[in-house]
Design a binder for this molecule. Structure first.
Ligand code: TXA
Ligand code: MG
Length: 327
């Protein structure tokens, strides 16, 4: 994969200044960017994604030193997290200062992050300001981890797609809310609870039932990060029988496993993901998209371990699937 030339990066920065939309790679997933200071450009993001206007966007920066332009009353904890994890897959929610309400979905808080991908940093540096960017997918769908995914889904809606190769992390950034009295983990990600707590020197509040919260946290709706094909989560030991019985009924089944080997079958499209959490996360969305293209009746996902290392993966899988049930 060849990195975009400086000429192309400069062209992308000019497009942003002119109110355009630029899709760009980050270490987590591809983002759909617009000038965060331009509410008209920001509105184009919502139109392109089909996303409700009250759903806030993350502002991407290249210089943590500009944090206090976008946010106010920044707690010392925020600087410590920024110091430890930026550039990297961490988003901080802080009280809003100059972030337009179009970016924050009308809220008085703003999400900020300095991404770790070299192409993202080059773009942000060339542009100079903040870039508002959600994941570059249609609203409610699986995030893109390859430039090709963005092309397939949003090609006619973006002015330029920068290709930075496959995303290293593969799931969206960890989000920590520091706008209130106690830090809250809003979205688990590659940076773990333990890593955060080690730096914060305090316990994070974990939303157990985020759907009951009044906070506008990520993925609170029933369908989020979901493939179009119905997807069900099932225990590895149940898979052979389930696959056997469904294929015997003539159903076309996709299988996303990491451990359970299932005998090859004509009606079965199986993808074996890595057994290690980080490598699994990196490959997950591309695999879901691949199965989603095959017009299957059902995608079965083998339940991963429920340990801390798999927290972000389980969070996304729980939103993309329902527990297995035979009709
Ligand atoms: O890894 C990522 O975070 C990727 C890359 C492109 O940076 N971005 C991403 O954006 O996942 P998006 O919009 O798909 O998800 C961001 C989530 C949203 O679900 C939103 O609810 C939450 O961040 N968020 C943003 N600003 C917020 C705020 N002020 N308060 C609470 N949640 C916020
Ligand atoms: Mg998203």
């Amino acid at each position: 994969m060849q990195e975009p030339s400086t000429g192309l990066i400069d062209a992308a920065a000019r497009l942003l200044r002119a109110g355009g939309l630029v899709a760009f790679p980050t270490e987590t997933v591809y983002g759909l960017g617009a000038n965060a200071a331009d509410p008209v450009a920001v509105r184009r993001i919502f139109e392109a994604k089909g996303r409700p206007a009250d759903h806030p966007l993350i502002v991407h920066l290249h210089d943590p030193g500009t944090l206090d332009f976008w946010a106010r009353d920044i707690p010392e904890k925020a600087f410590r997290l920024a110091e430890s994890f930026w550039p990297g897959p961490l988003t901080l929610i802080l009280k809003r200062r100059h972030a337009p309400l179009a970016v924050t979905g009308g809220q008085d808080t703003v999400g900020l992050r300095v991404p770790g991908h070299p192409v993202a940093l080059m773009l942000l540096k060339a542009f100079g300001g903040g870039v508002a960017a959600p994941s570059a997918n249609r609203f409610g769908r699986v995030s893109p981890t390859r430039a090709r995914h963005v092309r397939e889904e949003l090609k006619d809606k973006v002015d330029l797609i920068l290709d930075g190769g496959p995303c290293q992390v593969g799931v969206e950034s960890t989000i920590v809310d520091l706008s209130g009295p106690q830090p809250i983990l809003l979205r688990p990600g590659h940076i773990t609870r333990q890593q955060l707590e080690d730096v914060l020197q305090t316990e994070l509040i974990i939303l157990q039932h985020p759907e009951q919260s009044t906070l506008r946290a990520p993925g609170l709706m029933a369908v989020h990060y979901a493939p179009v094909t119905k997807a069900m989560l099932c225990a590895g030991e149940d898979l052979p029988d389930i696959v056997q019985s469904l294929t015997a009924q003539g159903q076309k089944i996709g299988l996303l496993g990491y451990q359970q080997a299932i005998r090859a079958h004509l009606q079965l499209h199986s993808i074996r993901l890595p057994q290690q959490a980080e490598a699994y996360a990196q490959a997950l969305y591309a695999a879901l998209r691949e199965l989603d293209r095959l017009q299957l009746d059902l995608i079965l996902v083998e339940q991963p371990p429920e340990t801390e290392a798999w927290r972000a993966i389980n969070d996304r899988l729980n939103k993309a699937t329902v527990p297995f049930q035979s009709n």
